[in-house]
Design a protein around this ligand. Structure first.
Ligand code: SME
Length: 160
């Protein structure tokens, strides 16, 4: 059993610092990428408030395929360059979307989603996966959230 006790009122920097510590402890010594992604999706859900979807899409062949997540069932395959996730995967650049309805080509998996943050997981200069967070609140994510999830992506690069 793993017991983590995130403080919902802690400053964002502390939340992401603690999330990264917990993630590092969970993936350390474990080589199974699916297990690590599943545990990290659960950790994100536990630590980051105001989400309706949190998880991974993995790069498989020439597109993205759904990975471990928490939330409603989601679209399984996303071509590179399509939607927020496909844009992050094709560019290797974090996508911070305050209003998903204003993002051209946004793929609606859960009608509740209003804003979205997608961070690529890079290894050896190439995208291996993306971490996708959806929120039912507009403009839920800011630069601190992006930096926090980028730090998480960096520590996961060798673990997924
Ligand atoms: N909204 C994403 C699709 C994935 S779901 O949010 C889980 C996109 O536009 O790529």
């Amino acid at each position: 059993m793993y017991e983590f006790a995130p403080d919902p009122h802690a400053p964002k920097n502390d939340v992401y610092h603690d999330l990264c510590l917990a993630a590092r402890a969970l993936v350390e010594g474990e080589s199974d990428g699916v297990a690590n992604m599943a545990n990290v999706a659960a950790l994100i859900w536990q630590f980051v408030p105001d989400l309706n979807w949190a998880g991974f899409y993995r790069v498989v062949d020439h597109g993205l395929v759904l990975g471990p997540f928490i939330g409603k069932p989601a679209c399984i395959r996303i071509p590179f360059g399509q939607g927020v996730c496909g844009t992050a995967a094709a560019s290797g650049v974090t996508q911070l979307v305050p209003d998903v309805h204003a993002f051209p080509g946004h793929i609606a998996c859960d009608g509740a989603s209003q804003s979205e943050l997608v961070v690529p997981v890079l290894r050896d200069g190439r995208v291996w996966a993306v971490i996708d967070l959806d929120s039912p609140s507009l403009a839920r994510f800011d630069a601190q959230d992006a930096a926090g999830i980028e730090a998480l992506a960096a520590l996961l690069a060798e673990a997924i």
